[in-house]
Design a protein around this ligand. Structure first.
Ligand code: HEC
Ligand code: HEC
Length: 357
């Protein structure tokens, strides 16, 4: 494998097409996970007791029937607020090394899970109450014990959910199985060639996991709808953005560092599973993959530094066909959609548990 890759790189250099080439896109690595711990994480993912007022579960926004996203331009948020960003799919999120549209968490999914549970605009949950709720549920008591974890705790909840997320990975995408249509193959050549897409969309996720400025138009609803603006202000203020009251653009990567340099930059998203996750971009401003290709074809937005591609309409539809070939089987069957009705009220500890103690 290594030598083949080396030869391809050498050829790329020899052809003068630069180091980035088709060799830089490839299959996803395999992930191992602990089935019992993942099963706990899965139940938690569908459990509304993880939100302060028992109104939202992770799956309210990351819905298995919608590619583990929500199909909306901008997300919902904790009751009394509304979201200001597009919900990303959590399929393949386990492979990332920085999360959120601005890449603000670069440690691990345990920290991302904590942010989603505790932040006021998401699930607004106090971890101490969450822990006590979980500890009162006999189903969890048994599951945690069977997984060798002893008593449920806040820390274990934050480990169980990432364990479950490891099970959500692409299956049988035509790109991986080698079953691409002629149009998709032609689209791949444009993607790695004159389209210049591979410059940012590379690696197994088709993402360099870096911030770039594309100049996608602002979604005005964020500033015009009071409940969205409430969440936007709460977020930018807590992230230490000075000018949050007057700001009329999503600061994006500027919340990480170098305000001026990173203003309006966003993380390159993965291009896998896009068939299920329209609309696109951090603010849902582009409705279809055709719209996205059209956006790039015209040289993207203000400040992107990208040039118009001038692709013919066939080249554009081939590029769309290639993007579609990066989506696998939908993860929306009985294995993924939750069927148990989780009773959010506490039940008395059952006799089998008392007997065990
Ligand atoms: C109210 C809707 C909502 C709920 C509930 C929610 N999420 Fe999210 N999630 C989002 C939005 C919106 C983002 C993007 C936020 C941003 O970029 O600032 C996101 C981002 C993420 C990401 C980062 C994905 C990436 O590729 O960068 C992960 C992982 C994630 N959520 C997992 C969870 C988990 C686990 C839960 C439950 C504990 C949860 N979410 C609950 C809406 C939600
Ligand atoms: C300079 C780096 C760069 C180049 C070149 C680039 N992209 Fe992107 N791409 C990004 C970034 C950054 C985003 C996210 C922008 C945002 O959310 O505002 C993105 C978003 C996308 C999305 C939306 C994904 C989603 O989940 O919302 C698609 C589809 C896409 N790009 C395809 C392409 C194609 C096709 C090309 C080549 C014609 C291309 N990109 C070239 C950086 C790039």
């Amino acid at each position: 494998m290594k030598t083949k890759f080396g030869v391809m790189l050498a050829m790329a250099a020899w052809l003068g097409i630069g180091i980035l080439s088709a060799a830089d896109i490839g299959p996803l690595p395999k992930v191992e996970f602990d089935a019992k711990k993942a099963a706990i994480g899965k139940r938690l993912f569908f459990d509304k007791r993880l939100s302060g007022d028992v109104a939202l579960s992770c799956s309210s926004c990351h819905d298995p029937t919608k590619g583990f996203a929500d199909g909306k331009p901008l997300s919902d948020a904790y009751p009394g607020t509304e979201g200001f960003r597009n919900t990303p799919s959590v399929i393949n999120t386990t492979f990332k090394d920085a999360w959120f549209h601005d890449g603000r968490i670069g440690t691990d999914l345990n920290d991302v899970t904590r942010e989603m549970i505790t932040e006021t605009i998401w699930m607004n949950m106090d971890m101490r109450i969450m822990q006590e709720r979980i500890k009162q549920d006999p189903v969890y008591i048994k599951m945690f014990a069977d997984a060798g974890w002893g008593e449920p705790s806040n820390g274990k909840v934050r480990n169980a959910i990432p364990e479950y997320l490891k099970s959500l990975t692409s299956r049988n995408a035509p790109f991986d199985s080698g079953k691409m249509s002629a149009a998709a193959k032609a689209g791949q050549s444009i993607f790695t060639g004159k389209g210049g897409c591979v410059k940012c969309h590379n690696g197994p996720l088709f993402s360099d996991q870096k911030l770039h400025k594309l100049g996608v138009p602002e979604n005005k609803e964020i500033f015009q709808k009071p409940l969205r603006h409430v969440a936007f202000i709460a977020f930018t203020k807590s992230m230490g953005i000075d000018n949050y009251m007057n700001l009329r653009q999503d600061p994006g990567g500027a919340i990480r560092n170098n305000y001026k340099e990173n203003l309006g930059t966003f993380m390159t998203p993965s291009l896998r599973e896009l068939k299920y996750t329209a609309p696109y971009m951090h603010n849902g401003m582009l409705k279809t993959l055709k719209d996205v290709v059209d956006f790039y074809n015209k040289g993207a937005g203000k400040g992107s530094g990208l040039k118009a591609l001038k692709l013919s309409s066939k080249e554009q539809s081939d590029l769309v066909a290639f993007l579609e070939a990066l989506s696998g089987d939908p993860l929306n069957g009985p294995d993924h959609v939750w069927s148990e009705k989780i009773d959010v009220n506490y039940k008395p500890i059952p006799d089998w548990w008392k007997a065990r103690n």
